[in-house]
Design a protein around this ligand. Sequence first.
Ligand SMILES: NC(=O)c1ccc[n+]([C@@H]2O[C@H](COP(=O)([O-])OP(=O)(O)OC[C@H]3O[C@@H](n4cnc5c(N)ncnc54)[C@H](OP(=O)(O)O)[C@@H]3O)[C@@H](O)[C@H]2O)c1
Length: 306
Amino acid sequence: MLAWTVDHTSPSHLSLGEMPDPAPGPHDAVIQVQAFAPNHGDLEGLPSLPDGTIPGWDAAGVVVAEAADGTGPRLGQVVASLGPDGAWAQRRLVTAESVGVAPAGADPNAMSVVPVAATSALRGLRRLGPVLGRRVLVVGGTSVVGLFAVQLAARAGAEVVATTRNPAARERLVELGAHEVVASPSDLDDDVSGVLDLLGGSHLVRAFARLAPGGTLVALGHVAGEEERFTYGDLFGDSGRHDRSLTTFFLGAEANIGPDMTWLATRIHEGRLDPVVGAVRPWRELPDAFAAGTERTYGKTVLTID
Ligand SMILES: NC(=O)c1ccc[n+]([C@@H]2O[C@H](COP(=O)([O-])OP(=O)(O)OC[C@H]3O[C@@H](n4cnc5c(N)ncnc54)[C@H](OP(=O)(O)O)[C@@H]3O)[C@@H](O)[C@H]2O)c1
């Protein structure tokens, strides 16, 4: 099969070439990959992976061989799959625990964004508890995870506030379900019950200051690349600031995500959740799609396999 592999002699750390097909164990099904969607972590991790590794966490495709132990998806099903590597190739191994099963006829491009981006947004929001009738702040609303979080929180009955530095993105965020769009957590009129933070740094510190008593901030992302500096008093728990908590999140530590991926894939297929695909390119253009200076659109860049 053809696959992208890590090649540190190349400026992109990648080269496309022939590799042996993956050898399934008894618990592995095999999918023919039709689309994959690289994540921040995939791209940042390339320089530290050994030569010859097939990278990639997220892939969507069709099952071409079922697992010998009878578990997992059935032949011909379209699945969204998550794994530690192996996605950027024509074929990939998947297990029952690592797939969401999409409805027949689902668009693989849309399904490829489910594993990391959509599932992280869903699991991160769950940490906030019930959000019906509560104000929820998504810091970094235009990040891919943020675009899903805005939609999911709104559908769960929250009054959603999203941040973006870009005034032109306001309309898109409102279309996805945001009730209010601000440049920074400091611009909020009222405090919020929960925060999903994709940016970290000073954004996280300012968002924590806007948490109502009993509220939770989930630190999910760190796009800003800044340190978090709390100053004396920021963590006081006096009247009006008591019982606020901050928790970290890692999708890789989340158990039993298959049913949630299936739920997300189904909602996307039904048109009830926007897959926020920003660009679709042939997979042979993978290094160009993420090269420095490449113009980015909001949403996920998806690579399709011929
Ligand atoms: N913990 C986990 O398990 C987990 C899982 C998934 C993702 N993540 C993390 O979640 C984060 C979001 O991932 P993503 O793929 O959704 O991100 P993304 O789409 O690349 O987010 C980009 C957005 O962040 C904003 N941004 C970029 N640089 C910024 C800066 N210096 N200061 C402030 N805002 C900035 C921009 O919004 P505006 O231009 O609109 O302001 C931009 O649209 C990443 O850190 C990722 O690694 C973690």
